[in-house]
Design a protein around this ligand. Sequence first.
Ligand SMILES: Nc1ncnc2c1ncn2[C@@H]1O[C@H](COP(=O)(O)OP(=O)(O)OP(=O)(O)O)[C@@H](O)[C@H]1O
Ligand SMILES: [Mg+2]
Length: 260
Amino acid sequence: MRKRSVKMVGATREGDASQDGRAIVTRQLRKEFDDLVAVDDLDLTIGKGTLYGMIGPNGSGKTTTIKMLVGLLKPSSGTAEVLGERIPLKGRISDIGYMPQEMAIYTDLTVSENLQLFGSIYSMGQERLLERQEELLSMVDLSDRGDSLASQLSGGMKHRVSLACAMMHDPEVLFLDEPTVGVDPELRMGFWHHFDDLKARGRTVVITTHYMDEAVRCDIVGMMRQGKLIAEGSPRDLMDRSSTSNLEDAFMAFSKGVAE
Ligand SMILES: Nc1ncnc2c1ncn2[C@@H]1O[C@H](COP(=O)(O)OP(=O)(O)OP(=O)(O)O)[C@@H](O)[C@H]1O
Ligand SMILES: [Mg+2]
């Protein structure tokens, strides 16, 4: 296996994709399901410390891309590196966190037990684990629900627990697949303040969303359509290049090929 030495750096410039500043690189990454091409020779570079938003219609390949990067799906062809290691990750696996689009908590455990389970997978010490549990329960506004069975939470609350679980071990790279679906507007904005904090600490966050008011808060937005990246840049840059005033219109313009 080819290994690239990666110097650990703190917060980097937005979208810094210099050799040492790269968190994720894909080259011609491809996934086919029978005759369906879900991800079509994707070349992606995401700098460390970047809040990267992936947007695109249902079925455009966002989840499939993330699943390949976290090792849940084997690419049909192409390669990718996360934190300098080729996928599927081995050494760096504990440096990533993943919140799947589907529900990913144990409903027969309590909220706290779910968090502790995720923390223990990453061999967190008891003291740190409890400290982190408290922090995250507060972040997702469930401090008073630690002892509730997950099965007894509302849909949005389960989603919030799932996000907290992915963040327990404070990973360097966090993949969040539609983390704010079903979360009420006020809390949604609270999450984004937290994502900004993560970025300020040099963490890389890859996030998929269908909410344009969220995408616009990302440093870099990658627009996907039919498994391809049709445009990429800062929200401002994408709107300028397409002479539009919002990302929805910008997406349409890039889709129709009337912007470059
Ligand atoms: N396990 C699978 N088997 C067959 N086809 C699949 C599988 N997983 C995904 N697909 C197909 O791959 C394509 C891309 O799906 P994917 O889930 O990556 O889209 P997405 O961009 O995440 O969409 P959404 O916004 O709805 O979450 C879709 O056509 C989907 O039906
Ligand atoms: Mg998806």
